[in-house]
Design a protein around this ligand. Sequence first.
Ligand code: NAD
Length: 384
Amino acid sequence: MHIGVPREVVPGETRVALTPNEVRSLTAEGHQIVVEHGAGDRAGHPDNEYLDAGALSGDRANAFNADIVLQVHLVGAGNRASNSDLDQDLKLTRRSTVLAGLANPLSHPEPVRRLAEHSVTTFSLDLLPRITRAQAMDVLSSQSSIAGYRAALIAAERVDKMLPMMTTAAGSIAPARVLVLGAGVAGLQSIATTRRLGAVVHAYDIRAAAREQVESVGGTFVDLPLDTSSAEGSGGYAQAQQEEFYARQREVLGNEVAAADIVIATAQVPGKPAPILITEDMVRAMRPGSVIVDAAAAQGGNCALSVADETIERFSVSIIAPTNLPAGAAAHASRLYARNIANFTRHLLGDDGPQLTADDPIIRDTLLTREGQVVHAGLRALLG
Ligand code: NAD
């Protein structure tokens, strides 16, 4: 198969879909790979590394003139790339081409229509089912882990305290107090990272199963008087709640937020805007010098004051809302992403070329468009 790897064009993106290591493996398996000039530069992989690994280097048209195109952002769909970026790339793409990457389609369904109009076959890896068989392809987990780690470091760097307890000749310093909201993959990594830095870490998630996971990485689970019996939906994800639930949650979270030097907010519900868990009044009640890192900013954010991709100060509290945390660790984020997408490519190709069977949950859940149609059931319902 001819596999193309274009340079990412979404502003602020530093990752690359395939690293030279994965190129080497896929080439050894008989595939021919074309990498757009400079695609790996920002992830620490100059063109010569790809050439050494057996790839060809080409322009954007060469990278899109392939049987399979692997990207971080699927032709920029749903990720703030302009419509013209998407259209220009689609003009370079053959109708028979398979494209795979992240499209965030449940939050940004419209560009998927255009992918269908162009008759390309597309897969969005952010829809992979969280089943054991798909773990080696699970880009959400690999990238969320990095996001959680980065969020912790950004917060630690910004807050006006040190995180560990210290005993010095000038007296003792108490450890900083961290509150993590949402204890999925990113939140657990934020807990583990701030714990390693010496902070006292509290965390809350609406899924009951999260308690044990929070404790296993050294956090203290916060008990809130909320009825969370309907909190867990399918696939281990949280279920969206009624606004009254969130209003009550904000009320009972108030003291926890006010007591924290750092709040790292990672609470998300797939395909929905992130729930607002921190209001302006809650920020006002925080200690001056404290920090909120809103790691849910790409889905609208958990803090009502967050401004995507900006750091603002309100009531002397820093509110940082990065929408692409993995891009801050481009080398490792690319390495894990590349391994995931290479495994997905192997799964897709099987032994006899693409197997687009709906019996396979990995294909069924990730396949967006095929033969001019939006085929993903959830998206069809969204697009009407
Ligand atoms: P996510 O990014 O969709 O959400 C992050 C977290 O926010 C979730 O834990 C969710 O419960 C929580 N949340 C939502 N609303 C909240 C609220 N109002 N208050 C507090 N927290 C709230 O989730 P994710 O990190 O992708 O993980 C989802 C699930 O998938 C988890 O159960 C995780 O353990 C599981 N998972 C399974 C596998 C697997 O292979 N089996 C792999 C990775 C993750």
